[in-house]
Design a binder for this molecule. Structure first.
Ligand SMILES: Cc1cc2nc3c(=O)[nH]c(=O)nc-3n(C[C@H](O)[C@H](O)[C@H](O)COP(=O)(O)OP(=O)(O)OC[C@H]3O[C@@H](n4cnc5c(N)ncnc54)[C@H](O)[C@@H]3O)c2cc1C
Length: 391
């Protein structure tokens, strides 16, 4: 019997596989993709992520020191730093490189197979894997479900995947007019949406949007808006859409099982970015599960520290981030425009916005005298969700 079955070879699953195989456990990773990492994503990670996980320079397509935020009325606010803040990476190669490291440490990868069913009993985990129309059973002492957004597998073992989805749509454009990261805050988009154009390769960029519903039609509006502004581009890829959870799963552990990554809702609710959080939580999962395997105690009590530890790391971020998103979704054009103008001029951004950690700037903005007029209607909503002056 294997020690651990990992379902899903995205950033979460591969990083957990790396951690556990380096500890000497026998790990099997099953993913229905053959090309690991080829999942709809823009591939931006912050500097902290790139440094911690040693993203090699050859995987970096663009180094971003600045981002331009375009307000609902078209006012451009440039946030610029003296050092790189984020990197646009070749996501497929990055995710595959983590899998490669896990394989080198002994992990067994079974690609092109879908885990169709999971069952857990006192003897272990039993997974039904369907590959090329053939069915096989994989057995393990424990399972990590790292299946990303919208997976039904958690339910089969008595857990619920993360909820409260948003939906993103993205396509590739040929464009030489845009050379740095652009973020469109509701500009030419329905209320609650934001969009981006992120240069990737010379003359090429990813254009995308995220919001609660109908992202493909919102992406069309944004692209129309760009055309109206005289930006020259040509759509050069399919328009694809996929979901992003905004709230964490009610519980991310059970007997012999952990949920890691998007399936657990370990995603920044402000932007929908989840690569870094998925990998951080995978490290925690690897440590907690490694200790449980060593002690032979795989009860949910023994695995609870996983949730306690990742909540300690991310809980406040997720709570304040979700609150900030709810405010964003409710602000009208005028309020959002003033908020961005004030933010650009009042020094709030002086100390820097950390790419992966937004709770500080959210709490500073909430307590800031200048924003009182715009944000006071949300104070009561904040109290209801437990965001108070101390946050
Ligand atoms: C349009 C868009 C843009 C984004 N841009 C960014 C960005 O720039 N930066 C960022 O940090 N985040 C971004 N994200 C979010 C990011 O892609 C996810 O947070 C991240 O991929 C989560 O990693 P994961 O390992 O949890 O899941 P995933 O990367 O989704 O991996 C899950 C894996 O599980 C496999 N799988 C699922 N079910 C099964 C099954 N039953 N059997 C076998 N295999 C299965 C899938 O094939 C997949 O390979 C974006 C999301 C979207 C939608």
């Amino acid at each position: 019997m294997n020690d651990v079955l990992i379902v899903g070879g995205g950033p979460a699953g591969n990083q957990a596989a790396l951690s556990l195989s380096r500890q000497g456990y026998s790990v099997v990773v099953v993913d229905h993709r053959v090309r690991l990492g080829d999942k709809l994503c823009t591939g931006i990670v912050g500097r902290e992520c790139a440094e911690r996980y040693r993203v090699s320079a050859e995987l970096v397509r663009l180094r971003a020191r600045a981002a331009t935020i375009v307000s609902p009325t078209g006012r451009a606010v440039v946030i610029e730093r003296s050092e790189d803040q984020a990197y646009v990476i070749d996501r497929v190669r990055f995710v595959s490189s983590i899998a490669g490291a896990a394989m080198a440490a002994g992990a067994d990868y079974r690609l092109g197979g879908r885990v169709a069913a999971l069952a857990i009993d006192d003897s272990g985990v039993h997974a039904t894997v369907v590959s090329d129309g053939r069915t096989s059973i994989v057995r393990a002492r424990a399972v990590i479900i790292a299946t990303g957004f919208g997976s039904a597998l958690p339910r089969s073992v008595g857990l619920e995947a993360a909820g409260t989805p948003t939906f993103a749509a993205q396509t590739t454009i040929k464009c030489t007019d845009i050379e740095s990261v652009q973020v469109y805050a509701q500009w030419s988009l329905p209320q609650g949406f934001f969009g981006w154009v992120v240069p990737t390769l010379p003359g090429e960029a990813l254009a995308g949007v995220i919001g609660r519903r109908r992202p493909k039609s919102a992406l069309n509006s944004m692209l129309e808006g760009l055309k109206d502004q005289g930006v020259q581009f040509e759509i050069s890829g399919p328009v694809r859409s996929w979901g992003v959870p905004l709230k964490p799963a009610a519980r991310s552990y059970g007997e012999r099982v952990l949920l890691v990554g998007d399936v657990a809702g370990q995603v920044k609710p402000t932007t929908g970015g989840g690569i870094y959080y998925a990998m951080r939580c995978a490290d925690i999962a690897g440590e907690v599960l490694g200790a449980a395997l060593a002690s032979g105690d795989l009860t949910s009590d023994a695995l609870r520290p996983y949730e306690e530890r990742w909540q300690l790391l991310l809980g406040r971020e997720l709570k304040l981030g979700y609150f900030a998103r709810r405010i964003y979704e409710q602000l009208g054009v005028r309020e959002l425009d003033s908020l961005l103008a004030l933010t650009a001029t009042n020094g709030l951004l002086k100390d820097g916005v950390k790419f992966d950690w937004h709770s500080d700037i959210v709490s500073r903005a909430l307590g800031h005298r200048l924003f009182e007029g715009i944000l006071s209607p949300f104070t009561r909503m904040g109290r209801r969700v437990g965001v108070g002056a101390d946050d």
